[in-house]
Design a protein around this ligand. Structure first.
Ligand code: PMT
Length: 221
């Protein structure tokens, strides 16, 4: 158990995966379970922080002592994150956010027409929440942390993404068939905008969460 080094701090964590509806019964989604984000929320609360957890479609139980805000889509996630970030000392974006959403939402269930080929789905861009909160810090000294799920050239892609998004820290985790998404464990390198590189060995998602808070606490001091 760490020192209560986040006492008096308000931290915002996003978790889970957004779902972008096509019609009342279908959506475009991803495999995020919310486990990494919930581990971040639990460990921050244990270190004394007031925690707002913006939870996108996770089936996990609410962590004790954490303020949970459930959301569905990327647009809803953005609203909730911006609102909570207004007085936050740190924002950690562990959620897997859909980059695109269907351009049209069909109010009625899309029907299969036996005599016709299916209609293509047109997508439009979702807002980039991490880039937005990094560019317009709600508070001086606010620490912004992103996650990057990469399948190849993990470090090079991570460095480029850190720069593009403008956050202070980027947790780069490699994803694969049975890796990271949904599992109890994770393995990552935390890249700092200051050029630092902190590897975190394969282990429980709580261990990675503790390292993230160590690096955040350092930057808040
Ligand atoms: O939930 P689990 O099953 O435990 O899995 C954890 C995880 C793999 C989902 C998590 O560790 C993780 O890597 N989350 C980020 C996944 C992701 O969407 O990465 P990305 O490279 O697409 O996005 C980079 C960053 O930008 C992320 O912080 C993301 O929250 C943010 N983003 C992305 C798109 C968008 N439109 N807005 C954003 O803010």
């Amino acid at each position: 158990v760490r020192e209560p080094d986040l006492t008096g701090r308000h931290v915002v964590v996003s978790a889970g995966g957004t779902r972008e509806p096509l019609d009342p019964v279908r959506f475009l989604g991803n495999r995020s379970s919310g486990k990494q984000g919930y581990a971040l929320a639990r460990t921050a609360a244990a270190r004394g922080a007031r925690v707002t957890l913006i939870a996108a479609n996770s089936a996990l139980p609410d962590p004790a002592g954490v303020d949970v805000v459930p959301v569905g889509t990327a647009v809803q996630l953005r609203e909730a994150v911006l609102k909570a970030a207004a007085d936050a000392d740190a924002v950690v974006m562990a959620a897997a956010v859909a980059d695109f959403r269907p351009a049209v939402y069909a109010a009625g269930k899309i029907k299969k027409k036996d005599d016709r080929e299916p209609e293509p789905i047109t997508l439009v861009r979702n807002p980039d929440i991490l880039a937005e909160i990094s560019a317009e810090r709600a508070r001086a000294g606010q620490v912004v942390v992103g996650f990057a799920a990469e399948t190849d050239d993990v470090l090079a892609n991570g460095r480029a993404k850190l720069k593009r998004k403008g956050c202070d820290l980027l947790v780069v985790n490699e994803v694969g068939e049975r890796k990271t998404f949904g599992s109890e464990e994770n393995e990552a390198v935390v890249l700092g905008a200051d050029g630092s590189e902190t590897p975190v060995a394969h282990g429980p998602k709580e261990a990675l969460a503790e390292t993230v808070w160590d690096l955040v606490a350092e930057r808040l001091r």
